[in-house]
Design a protein around this ligand. Structure first.
Ligand SMILES: *[C@@H]1O[C@H](CO)[C@@H](O)[C@H](O)[C@H]1NC(C)=O
Ligand SMILES: *[C@@H]1O[C@H](CO)[C@@H](O)[C@H](O)[C@H]1NC(C)=O
Length: 214
């Protein structure tokens, strides 16, 4: 985990199209699991984690739903990868997570699989922000690649924006967005003035190839 300096600017990022509506909030664990681009209003329980995933309509007002191309679906492709939301319009589009607790520590994880959903065979590169801070540049290098990125932050407010910014290298999209409340003693390097961006996460000595640890 590489420490990254954060500017603690308590200001609302100028989301194109104004303040976004959101209607969902963390569960009793402090978890939110969003399946971006999932149509309808019905959640489902994800097989490997047994966590409920919810459609993203309550978290963003922009973008459109798409399925990845069937040729990139395999039996082991988890359901949250099957669809995505893409943001073809505007320089900056955001998800809003509400009902957080200011001053508490959260892990935010975003996942991306292009899967040639638009039939253009042009995987994009775009920027991802958490609040007003650049989180990472998402560089999708192929249709099959599953990109996952995490940040650990102490949130300054009771809400959090996660924003996708078009940098002129293709249409931003997202496959899933997850929020996990962390105990305040975990990752002491994450403070009100700096966050931690995931470099890599390794499981030493797993008992099977596909070990999922919650
Ligand atoms: C995505 O696939 C599901 C079923 O696999 C289908 O019901 C839905 O209409 C598809 N959505 C789009 C936008 O093609
Ligand atoms: C994205 O990754 C590819 C392959 O690693 C690299 O060639 C390209 O320069 C990267 N693009 C950006 C904008 O970082």
């Amino acid at each position: 985990m590489a420490p990254t300096r954060w500017l603690l600017l308590i200001c609302l990022a100028g989301a194109a199209g104004g303040v976004l509506q959101a209607r969902a909030q963390p569960d009793s664990n402090g978890f939110i699991s969003i399946d971006c681009g999932l149509p309808g209003k019905t959640s489902y329980v994800e097989d490997t984690t047994k966590l409920p995933y919810t459609p993203d309509a309550g978290f963003t007002d922009t973008g459109t739903n798409h399925n990845i191309s069937a040729e990139y679906l395999t039996p082991s492709t988890g359901r949250s990868w099957h669809n995505l939301r893409s943001f073809a319009t505007g320089p900056r589009n955001c998800y809003t997570l509400l009902s957080l607790t200011s001053g508490l520590k959260y892990l935010v994880r975003a996942k991306f699989m292009y899967g040639n959903y638009d039939g253009l065979d042009r995987p994009p590169v775009f920027d991802l922000y958490v609040g007003v801070n650049l989180w990472t540049t998402v560089n999708i290098t192929g249709p099959e690649g599953m990109v996952s990125t995490e940040v650990i932050i102490v949130v300054p407010d009771d809400f959090l924006h996660v924003c996708l910014v078009n940098t002129g290298a293709g249409t931003p999209f997202m496959s899933s967005l997850e929020l996990r409340l962390l105990h305040r003693t975990l990752y002491p390097q994450a403070t009100t003035t700096q966050g931690l961006v995931l470099s890599s996460r390794l499981n030493f000595g797993p008992t099977s190839e596909n070990n999922v640890i919650r």
